[in-house]
Write a protein that binds this ligand. Sequence first.
Ligand code: SF4
Ligand code: SF4
Length: 236
Amino acid sequence: MTKQRESATVNTSLQDLMPKLDVDRVGIFSLAEWKGTKLEATALRLLPQARSVAVFAMEIYPEILDLVSAVKTTGAASLNDLLDSNAEFLSGRLTKAAYDTARAFHSIGLKALPLPARGCPMDARFLEAVFSYKHAGQAAGLGRIGWNALLITPDLGPRVRLSCCLTEATLEPKNASMNMNLECYSCGLCLKSCPAKALTEPQDDEQYAINKFACSSFRSAAGGCAECMRVCPVGR
Ligand code: SF4
Ligand code: SF4
């Protein structure tokens, strides 16, 4: 066994490697806990040696979301631009956290793949990213996916952006003991407020039900929409 392989089996704390991660939340899970799932398959497709996934989250401020409107007036200033600028800022920080983490693992001879907050490749046929950050966030105990199809965290609600880092290191899971029943209140506010009628009440075997194509077309036409994120009472 090579030195690199030996070190990959060491139970490593991400915090020991990266004491200065400038993000609001970090969650970690082991792929061994998700054997046979799509989450494991998509992670291994990207990094066949992957054993653990770190997920990073930063808050989207509610003050900014409260200014976002799905109604566009031709020629008028769009306050939705503030959300875009905010997303750019948060994405920069989150992407840096993912790359800094990968760099720390590379420095000790371990493989790691950073996945940026913006620009994860999408399968346009299904509007599906090659790796689902929100499912990774749920697996990492950061929260639970709600009826609005977003990751709902207990204190920041769905108002978070995410990035990830896959690594062959065996990391200590973080947040794994979180009570996973606490987040979505099933209040239906997101369903009622969706201007594209893209959200419907999930069936018993579903966590959420979204018509991604209706959502995406509406957002393109309206110049943005974040109603389902804005109205969610969790963490407000
Ligand atoms: S972003 Fe807007 S259109 Fe898309 S699901 Fe949320 S509320 Fe509906
Ligand atoms: S608005 Fe209500 S139903 Fe929708 S995700 Fe938030 S808590 Fe769940």
